[in-house]
Design a protein around this ligand. Structure first.
Ligand code: NAD
Length: 367
């Protein structure tokens, strides 16, 4: 099979974790005799440095040509005070919109070896297995009008939260379809006691549920959801929510998984003629300027994103499961980075990447 993948290392630890994810992707390609065609592009702060813009046209073209894109992370402190169009994060919004990846899937599961890494009690965390489906190309992050205007006491800022019925329907469909392959429960998160936007969201999701009688639908307000995620995470199977709420709630998932460095994500949109999804795959974490360049970052979220790519964009479900198995084997071996290991010498980013690639190859050699 041809695996035509664009790599966007981005900024900070994005570069380091992506290198390890590519190592694992190479092992998968070599074990399965797949032809891996990698190209590389610029996004975020690195792109601003070299081209003056966070999302250069060349990167857009490469992403549209590729079967799938693997992204590290974007963001550099030097741009913290830059105007919005000159900030690295604008590149992220740009590529999501260009690829029309409207659903961001964020699996959150607890690994046995990591229950002690979570600040929550073991019995609360152990057995957590949910997937957060976040709408990715609408809502407050894209709505217009937006901007800051006026001066002095007249200065004001506006953002607009817009959702259309079709935007809600397509992401809800994704959540219900996913639930059918899991424990058949969808929890839809909104703020319908205050926001009209959420009232439409709740009404449309409820209507969609009629097409999925085998799936149980619950609604929950976002403030209560934030609390339930840490009080009783095992109650959740598929969590469906809009862009801003999903952004915030999925970081809470880091507490359950033991570290934000553990969390992968898949952003998917339309299907190609082959039936595979157009996809953008990236760890949930950011560029972590505090540890960048030190070979300390946990690469497992990026490596898990490769597993998601194999599953959704290439239909290589078996290989994806083997990558998840290799991650678990490395966690069980205790060869992990410092975010998961408060005591004892931690492994480096590259050692963890090597270990996962080796565990993958060892498994396929004996299979
Ligand atoms: P962050 O996720 O970069 O870091 C938060 C904390 O988690 C830091 O202490 C960091 O050291 C730690 N951390 C993150 N990833 C880790 C990993 N793989 N291994 C070990 N520790 C890890 O979030 P932030 O500090 O709020 O943001 C830093 C920059 O990243 C900002 O410019 C922000 O805009 C950007 N950002 C980008 C993305 C993205 O590219 N998708 C997402 C979030 C934040």
């Amino acid at each position: 099979m041809d695996l035509n993948v664009l790599i966007l290392p981005g900024d900070g630890i994005g570069v380091e974790v992506t290198r390890e994810a590519v190592k694992v992707l190479r092992s998968v390609a070599s074990a399965g005799n797949h032809r891996l065609r990698l190209s590389e592009g610029l996004l975020g702060g690195a792109a601003i440095h070299q081209t003056g813009t966070p999302f250069p046209d060349e990167t857009r073209e490469k992403a549209l040509q590729a079967d799938a894109t693997l992204l590290g992370a974007v963001g550099l402190p030097e741009f913290d005070d830059a105007p919005p169009e000159k900030r690295p994060e604008r590149g992220l919004l740009g590529i999501r919109k260009a690829l029309e990846v409207y659903a961001n899937l964020r699996p959150v599961r607890s690994y046995k070896a990591l229950v002690d890494s979570s600040p929550l009690k073991n019995e609360l965390v152990d057995g957590t297995d949910m997937i957060i489906v976040r709408e990715l190309t609408g809502g407050l992050y894209y709505g217009t009008p937006r901007g800051i205007s006026g001066t002095g006491p007249e200065e004001r800022a506006v953002n607009t939260m817009v959702y259309t019925r079709p935007e809600i329907e397509r992401v809800a469909r994704m959540a219900f379809e996913l639930a059918r392959k899991r424990r058949k429960k969808v929890t839809s998160v909104d703020k319908s006691n205050v926001l009209e936007n959420s009232q439409l969201w709740r009404r449309v999701v409820t209507e969609m549920a009629a097409n999925y009688p085998d799936v149980t639908l619950n609604h929950i307000l976002v403030d209560n959801c934030a609390m339930q995620l840490v009080l009783n995470p095992k109650r959740f199977d598929v969590v469906l929510t809009e862009n801003l709420f999903g952004d915030i709630l999925s970081d809470e998932g880091a507490v359950l998984a033991g570290s934000i460095g553990m969390l992968p994500s898949a952003s998917i949109g339309s299907r190609r003629p082959s039936g595979a999804w157009t996809g953008l795959y990236e760890p949930v974490h950011g560029s972590a300027p505090d540890i960048a360049g030190q070979n300390k970052a946990n690469p497992l979220g990026a490596i898990g994103s490769v597993a998601a790519m194999l599953e959704y964009s290439f239909g290589l479900t078996q290989e994806a499961q083997t990558v998840y198995g290799a991650i678990e084997a490395v966690l069980n071996s205790g060869r992990v980075t410092g975010d998961l290991k408060p005591f004892g010498p931690p492994a480096t980013t590259s050692e963890v990447g090597d270990a996962v690639a080796a565990a993958f190859s060892a498994h396929t050699a004996t299979a």
